[in-house]
Each structure stands twice: as C-alpha cells, then as structure tokens.
Design a binder for this molecule. Structure first.
Ligand SMILES: Cc1cc2nc3c(=O)[nH]c(=O)nc-3n(C[C@H](O)[C@H](O)[C@H](O)COP(=O)(O)OP(=O)(O)OC[C@H]3O[C@@H](n4cnc5c(N)ncnc54)[C@H](O)[C@@H]3O)c2cc1C
Length: 403
C-alpha cells in the first residue's frame, strides 16, 4: 500500500517513520529544497511525545540537543529591577517528562530516524489530487497513491486542495509570533533574557551546541494585521513597530533584523476543523489541528497525531475509512483541549495590562522560591491546564514490520 505525505518538518517525518515500521510504502514530498534549518525557536516535547520519541529509539539524541535553559532574567517595562526565575522548577511543575529542543534539531532527528526506509523528494509539491488517488506534482511525473496525508503545516497545501481556502477554518487568537536568529553576544549559557511589557514580550536564549542565539517575540493585536505570509520585509516592519521603545537592548536586537539570519513570523492562529479527513486524504499536525504556534503544545500534538494515524492505519490493515474515523476519535478530545489550553496560554504569556505583567512576573518569582515538590503538587491538581499534556495517554499499536 502506497502512502504519500506532504511536509517534512515534525509531523511528516514522525508519520513516515511509523508508517514504514508498520510495513507501508511511504513517499514524502517537501517544498523546501532540503530539510528546513531556518532557525525556528525552541519547542516543547511533553510526556506523550517523549514516550513516542523513546519508542523511535531517538530520545538520547533529542536529550543531547536540549536547549538546557534553566534560568531566566526578566525585565519588566518601566522597572529597573529584574526578576530571576527558576525555569527548571517551572518545567518540572508542568510535566514529569519534558524536554525543550530547537524545532530544526528535532526535525532532523526524526528525519534521520526514518530516512533509510522512506522515499523523500525535496523541492517538490503536490499540484492536484483526484478522488481515485492520482497525484500530480510541480516537477515529478504524476503517480497514484492509496492514501495522501497533509503534514504541511498551518497553511497546508493539501488542506487547500481538498477542503478549500483556509479563510473560515482559522481563528486568530489575538497574538503574533516572530523568531530571529542573532549572534550570541551575551554568552547565554543556560539562561534566557526576557523583556515584558503590556501586550508584548521578547526572550533571547541559546543552547550549548548552537553558534547563535534566538530571539522570540510575542505580541498582542485585537485584529489581524495586514500582510502576506511570504512578505518578509512587511513582517519585519510590523515587528519593529510592535516593539518600538520597549528597551534599548531590544532595539539592538531589532537592529539585526536586516541581517542574513533566518526569520520566522506568523499569527497565533487556531485551526478549527470538526473533521480533517475526506476520501483517501487526511491531515496531521498543524495542517489538521494547529492549536496555535508557540502557545498550545502543537509540536507534542503533531508527534502524537502522527503516531496515532500510523497505528490506526496499521490496525485497520490500510482500510482508510476505518482508520481515519478511529484516528479522529482518538485525537478529537485532545485537539479540543489543546485549543482551550492555547487560548488561555496566549492570554497569560502576553498579559495586556500592567497588572497582568506584575502578576506574571511575580508568579514566576513565587514558583522559583517555593520548594520543587510544592510547585509540582499544586500543578498536578490542574490536568486541564498546565498538566494537560502529561494527562494524554499513548496507545500501544502492534508493529508488524521492522525498520
Ligand atoms: C521553518 C519553520 C519554523 C518554525 N518556527 C516555529 C517557531 O519558532 N515557533 C513555533 O511555535 N512553531 C514554529 N514552527 C511550527 C512548528 O514546527 C509546528 O507548530 C509544530 O512543530 C507542528 O509541526 P508540523 O510538522 O505539523 O508543521 P510545520 O512545522 O509547520 O511543518 C510543515 C512542513 O510542510 C512543508 N510544506 C509547506 N507547504 C508545502 C507544500 N506545498 N508541499 C510540501 N511541503 C510543504 C513546510 O516547508 C514544512 O517543512 C515552525 C515551522 C517551520 C516550518
């Protein structure tokens, strides 16, 4: 049985790995000319994604490339006195099993795990899909597949071809995200430097194995901004305007915007589809159920979704109708909870008022001061909130073939 996957970031390579393990014949097309190493920011893997990564045999590689950020110096707009936050304690409170890793490192590790058993075509994109499985490409000759999966992100090409334009499916949740790569002039060993003001926050951090530092900017807007998702100069202009006057150090980071380093900008947008399968096509990860980049645990959800989809296809012996229904049943409730979690996280991570800034900063200080056991005990009471990801269970699927 031949399965085509569009997208090779996180969901695509994890799905391809597990499909190959279950004995399917897998091809992945990725629009970028090579695996994208465009300096995304750190992503969180929570317990379910850690368990799946361990089953893939690559957990040591992921842990070796963890960012290792354990402390944060937090500067509030208009206050001279920084607050020191114990991030290690904060992470321990949110998850029993968690690692923070750069998106591009994680993508490479998952890709390497399955590449020998999967056909990868880079610089390629699907142009049309017919209901009987005939697929045409930008460059390669047309081919027939039994199943097609869109793992091509929030602005998914497969979703557009099958479900239509994304307008009406996405809900802007009031914030923007940008990531910039900068020289690590502060020597940020295990430490993040954050500036926080009403409606905007930016953190600079690095990782021991990285030559650069990454600045991640989050800012609020009540209404969506006017720009195209490929218009980088316009996005940079909007970012400068949003952070003007926050702090001279931030002005210095923004001055590097014109440099050659990678830049990422997106709205924090939620995808709200009630079903993400049609005919022999389905979606996985951000393409099907992005809860919102940077705020909803979208990477962990993408890893879990990819693993479940492959497992259900194997359990149904490739019967896509049965498998897609089971996949949506397994993921539906988790997707709904992740959406609710993301809306709350966006609100608390980017407080809109001075009082909210004060509460966030002092909450961080309080957690740093409490014994780790106490913060964990308080957090464990909250399985719908900070502990939501840890409460997701990972089903066992029998692996019929070996990689
Ligand atoms: C370059 C990059 C940087 C990112 N940086 C951040 C970040 O800083 N913070 C954050 O929270 N999230 C970021 N993300 C999103 C984050 O990776 C996802 O939210 C999450 O990991 C789920 O992954 P995914 O595989 O479902 O989707 P994505 O990671 O978005 O991957 C989608 C993949 O599909 C590919 N693709 C797109 N269109 C086509 C097409 N027509 N044909 C073939 N392939 C296509 C893309 O090139 C990409 O490799 C970034 C994603 C990318 C691609």
């Amino acid at each position: 049985m031949r399965i085509l996957v569009s997208g090779a970031s996180i969901a695509g390579p994890v799905l391809a790995y597990w499909l190959a393990r279950h004995g399917f014949d897998v091809t992945v097309v990725e629009r970028a000319p090579a695996l994208r190493r465009t300096g995304g920011h750190a992503v969180d893997l929570f317990r379910p994604a850690m368990d799946i990564t361990e089953r893939m045999g690559v957990l040591p590689q992921v842990e070796a490339r963890a960012t290792g950020t354990t402390r944060m110096t937090l500067h509030r707009e208009g206050s001279r006195k920084p607050i020191h936050v114990d991030l290690a304690k904060l992470f321990q409170a949110t998850s029993d099993r968690h690692v923070e890793v750069m998106r591009d490192d994680l993508s490479e590790i998952y890709y390497d795990a399955g590449r020998d058993d999967v056909e990868y075509l880079f610089g390629e994109s699907i142009t049309a899909l017919s209901p009987d499985g005939e697929v045409t490409f930008e460059h390669a000759p047309a081919r027939r597949f039994d199943i097609v999966v869109g793992a091509d992100g929030l602005h998914s090409n497969v979703r557009r071809l099958v479900f239509g334009d994304e307008a009406g499916m996405t809900t802007f949740i009031g914030a923007y995200l940008a990531v910039l790569s900068l020289p690590d002039t502060l020597g940020l060993d295990s430490e993040a430097v954050t500036h926080l003001g009403p409606g905007r926050t930016v953190s600079l951090y690095s990782a021991r194995h990285l030559p650069d530092a990454r600045a991640v900017f989050l800012f609020r807007r009540d209404e969506p901004l006017d720009y195209h998702h490929r218009d980088v100069p316009r996005q940079q202009q909007l970012l400068r305007a949003a952070f003007a006057g926050l702090h001279p150090q931030v002005d210095g980071w923004l001055a590097k915007l014109d440099g050659p380093g990678p830049f990422y900008f997106d709205s924090i947008t939620q995808l709200r589809l009630d079903t993400w399968s049609r005919g022999r096509v389905t979606l996985v990860g951000d393409a099907g159920y992005c809860p919102g980049p940077a705020v909803g645990g979208s990477t962990s959800l993408a890893v879990l979704g990819a693993y479940v989809l492959a497992g259900e296809l194997a359990a149904a012996n490739g019967d896509h109708e049965r498998a897609f229904a089971a996949y949506e049943r397994e993921m539906g409730e988790l997707v709904r909870r992740s959406r609710a979690f993301a809306v709350g996280a966006a609100r608390s991570l980017i407080p809109s008022s001075r009082a909210g800034v004060w509460a966030l900063a002092h909450g961080g200080r309080l957690i740093s001061a409490l014994p780790a056991g106490a913060t964990r005990a308080i957090a464990k009471l909250n399985t719908a909130g900070v502990r939501m990801h840890d409460s997701m269970r990972v089903k066992d699927y029998a692996v019929t073939a070996t990689a």
